[in-house]
Design a protein around this ligand. Sequence first.
Ligand code: MG
Length: 321
Amino acid sequence: MTQFPQLNGFRGAPGLVRLVGHRGARGVMPENTLEGFEFTVKSGVVALEFDVVLTQDAVPVVTHNHHLLNAATRGADGKWLQGAELKVSELPLAQLQSYDVGGLDGRTVYGQRFPDQVFMSNVRVPTLGDLLDMALTPQGADMLFLLEMKSDPETAHTPEVTERLVSEVVKAVRTRGLEQRTVLHSFDWNLLEVCGRIAPDMPRSFLTIMPKNADDPGEDSSKSVAPDFAKLGMPVPQAVVEAGGQMWCPHYLDVTPEVVAQAHALGLLVSTWTVNEVDDMHRMIDAAVDGIVTDYPGRAQRVLLERGLVWNEDVARMVAE
Ligand code: MG
């Protein structure tokens, strides 16, 4: 059986709950930016979740939506974009990187979701390569990647499109020798099947949200390409195992102690998203998840420390001193 050492960085243990920075630290730093990732790693949270789509010229870039969110994107005139949102897959990299994604428009619903996010300027959408390169520097030596690939509902049924996304992502990881620090992650189980074929040397994480839980504003997600859970004919954790997954990432409202125990009995790791409120963090810890994916890694650190818990072994040593 293939060994996946990176999974140790996502595995909980008595006294230890893993923290994963969601899009870096979206609650306080511009999401999916090198500035945000650097901040998160310097905070001591070295596992990063982020989202990858391809540009028109087939460069994997780190951004969440298939369309640039006007509420987070400013043009050369310094003003937030207006009108129909631009589609990343229709923009060459150079044009994409002409926009500034360092600040939210506080007049928008999305901007109001993150009132504590700093406002920065001259921040660009990074390429996947830019982010992966950080892991090769001394300060990034412990970085781990929960690398989400975003399937476009408009093209998810086209196998070539999925294959191209997976191939470009895997190439970027392999070129840098980061296969053992990366977990491939998606809502799209077909895409994860392609990952299993193209990259059996990397573990796979299956994202789920049950249909009863609605989207938050501004999330143009790939959830619509997820399987029909009502038709699985088996519990979700079992379906993840049968699909070859090593990790299951359920939405936090779908988490109970029972499903976590069920997943653990099947040998899965469980990381839940996106857990931002203190009460929910406590509930997830009580449910015995391995990891918490959060926009507020600092808030989660404080919750863990208050309970005498840590998120990595180094912290355990420091707290003990
Ligand atoms: Mg994501």
